[in-house]
Write a protein that binds this ligand. Structure first.
Ligand code: ZN
Ligand code: ZN
Length: 416
């Protein structure tokens, strides 16, 4: 019995699963680059304070789910549970505003949350995220949305719906909060316990309460759009108009909000009905007030999004993953083994994917392995063949065989 096993909620990726993961990551990388985005890599762990400030002390992530530990010097560190705060920290620390007025960044990497593991949720998981930092233009919001859409399109994930909303800014949020409080005051006693606390402390967070009674009550509230200031309205109208011009379908959902103060203006989700119940594949929005939390109140306008890669892989049709075949498998005998490695070296130098069984079991088992590795061709090197300076090339799909001079193997295979 195995004495040490992998920690709960983690995965080992190998063969198929590892190939899928790198296929998806390469594809995302390619499409993000086409859209003019550059990759950013930040540490797996950061000072705990980065997340308590940057995600919010009262969120489930910070209050219940972080992997936090003390290093040998007694400093509190945390494995990143998400990456926006870290990217903003890196932007500020490396003065990226000196590189470009607008930094279009993306990341792909593992994140860590001590959730109760359940199907499709892991303690170590991967996220793809976009962070456009430095511009307050609604076109940055459009860019962020379009890149996400392009990525989903490239994986043929089309049964999706873009849902957007505006959540205002520090000028207009208080007015909306006040209106919410007034419209809910008569119902306060009917709200769930959590929402009764939220009613006083952070009423916006009520809007995504899952409690059925709360949801019924929330249906009757006034919408944010009726309370936003001119600047927020212009931003939202600009976004909607541009999406319409581009033929990008969307719906406005006034319930789509984000509770923390540093979220501003745009909030969006891309939802899919393919995940069972309608649920979000990715979410994002503006966070113009986040940088200020690390930077003595000096704000930097920014917009971003994040999507879970495990869920994405789950949604991609298997056919979409490139069929990855071995070009050549070499079959040899004890007497001819010395010829194998020099031939392999030549094939590989010509970018021909090739392999062999170095334990040289029976011919039958070598063919079996060639099949398992899905080889297109086998190269059979027997003593007869060697004496004539040839080898046999067998097409594994048709079964056709052909003798080829040992000097011409690469040429022959490249022609196929
Ligand atoms: Zn506003
Ligand atoms: Zn509630």
């Amino acid at each position: 019995m195995l004495i040490i096993k992998r920690p709960r909620g983690t995965n080992d990726l190998f063969y198929e699963s590892a190939k899928k993961m790198s296929f998806v990551q390469n594809e995302i990388n390619k499409i993000a680059t086409i859209h003019g985005f550059s990759e950013i890599r930040t540490p797996i762990f950061e000072s705990t304070e980065l997340f308590t400030r940057g995600i919010g002390e009262e969120t489930d992530i910070v209050s219940k789910e972080m992997f936090t530990f003390l290093d040998r010097g007694g400093r509190s560190l945390t494995l990143r549970p998400e990456n926006t705060a870290a990217v903003v920290r890196a932007y500020l620390e490396n003065s990226l505003q000196k590189e470009y007025a607008m930094n279009k960044l993306f990341y792909i990497g593992s994140m860590y949350r001590g959730e109760r593991p359940q199907k499709g949720r892991y303690r170590e998981f991967h996220q793809f995220g976009i962070e456009c930092i430095g511009s307050s233009s609604y076109l940055a919001d459009v860019e962020t949305i379009l890149l996400n859409v392009a990525i989903l399109d490239s994986f043929n994930i089309t049964e999706t719906e873009l849902v957007i909303n505006t959540v205002g800014c520090p000028n207009c949020k208080p007015k909306y909060n006040q209106a919410l409080r007034e419209s809910l005051s008569s119902e306060k006693d009917n709200l769930c316990e959590t929402c009764q606390v939220r009613y006083d402390k952070n009423i916006l967070r009520m809007l995504d309460c899952k409690n059925p009674t709360c949801q019924e009550i929330i249906k009757k509230i006034p919408t944010f759009y009726d309370f936003v200031c001119d600047e927020c309205r212009e931003h939202f109208d600009g976004l909607c108009e541009e999406l319409t011009r581009l033929g990008q379908a969307f719906t406005i959902n006034p319930m789509l909000v984000r509770g923390l103060d540093y979220y501003t203006k745009t909030a969006f989700e891309i939802q899919s009905s393919n995940l069972g119940a309608q649920s979000a594949i990715l979410g994002g929005g503006r966070y113009d007030k986040l940088a200020g939390m690390f930077n003595n109140g000096v704000d930097v306008p920014a917009v971003g999004s994040a999507m879970g890669i495990e869920r994405l892989i789950f949604m991609i049709e298997n056919e979409k993953f490139i069929e990855d075949r071995l070009d050549v498998f070499i079959i040899a005998f004890k007497e001819t083994i010395n010829h194998v490695m020099p031939i392999l070296k030549r094939l590989r130098a010509n970018n021909i994917k090739s392999d062999f069984d170095f334990d040289l079991k029976s011919i039958k088992s070598q063919f079996k392995l060639a099949n398992k590795k899905n080889a297109k061709y086998t190269l059979i090197i027997g003593t007869d063949e060697i004496s004539k300076n040839v080898c046999k090339i067998r097409d594994m799909d048709s079964g056709d065989e052909k003798e080829v001079s040992l000097d011409n193997i690469e040429k022959e295979l490249k022609n196929k």
